[in-house]
Design a protein around this ligand. Structure first.
Ligand code: AMP
Length: 213
């Protein structure tokens, strides 16, 4: 099973990708997580990516395609994978199509999750994650003022690129550079639409029903 989970920032791709990855025992590939890991390790790529990410822009196609080529061909992806955050441009989508052809493999489906701009701004503005295990929380649910993770007790932090000014920039970048990817997969007849405004459980139920079909 080779799946792409696609949609605007804050639609819940990361949360759903983790659930699908667990359900089908396939590798979850989050390009955002890979870049954040490079930043933590202080690599040259991480240092370059941080400035771009903090500004709400996209890391270059060349770097991203290089990362994906390496990961997809690794042993961890043998049983399949779910891509979360890639492709984000038509150039990346075309490179992925080429890579699939070279590897003699096929894309199973592209799941497009959508939600309105107002909801995205609210969700990203209230998104916090655990500094240790990465579990994601919404301030809208955690109104008790507890700043620690319910799983491991570590402190919750807000991503630099979830700050209000950067969220608006990310939405603009999404519309200009990433939204055309939807048309690309629509033309290939691979796109399946999911309403991302529903709660986590319901969205997951809809995705699983489609994938099990
Ligand atoms: P995410 O965690 O998916 O929201 O990604 C966080 C940030 O990482 C994005 O806003 C981009 O700056 C960068 N990024 C992640 N994936 C890609 C990609 N496929 N192409 C370009 N930039 C990316």
């Amino acid at each position: 099973m080779q799946i792409i989970l696609f949609g605007p920032p804050g639609v819940g791709k990361g949360t759903q990708a983790k659930l699908i990855s667990k359900n089908f025992k396939i590798k979850h590939i989050s390009t955002g997580d890979i870049l954040r890991e490079e930043i933590v390790q202080g690599s040259e790529m991480g240092l370059k990516a941080k400035a771009v990410m903090d500004g709400g822009s996209l890391v270059s196609d060349e770097i991203m395609i290089g990362i994906i080529k390496k990961v997809i061909q690794s042993d961890r992806c043998k049983n399949g994978f779910i891509l979360d955050g890639f492709p984000r441009t038509v150039v990346q989508a075309e490179a992925l199509t080429k890579l699939f052809a070279e590897l003699n493999t096929k894309l199973s489906a592209v799941i497009y999750m959508d939600v309105g701009d107002k909801e995205i701004i609210q969700r990203l503005g209230s998104r916090y994650s655990c500094s240790k295990c990465g579990k994601i929380f919404s301030r809208r649910d955690k109104i008790d003022g507890d700043d620690n993770c319910t799983e491991c007790g570590e402190k919750l932090i807000q991503r630099d690129d979830d700050k209000p000014e950067t969220v608006l920039k990310r939405l603009r970048v999404y519309k200009e550079s990433t939204a055309p990817v939807k048309t690309y997969y629509e033309k290939l007849g691979k796109l399946y639409l999911i309403d991302g405004s529903k709660n986590i459980k319901e969205v997951n139920k809809n995705i699983l029903a489609f994938l099990k079909e």
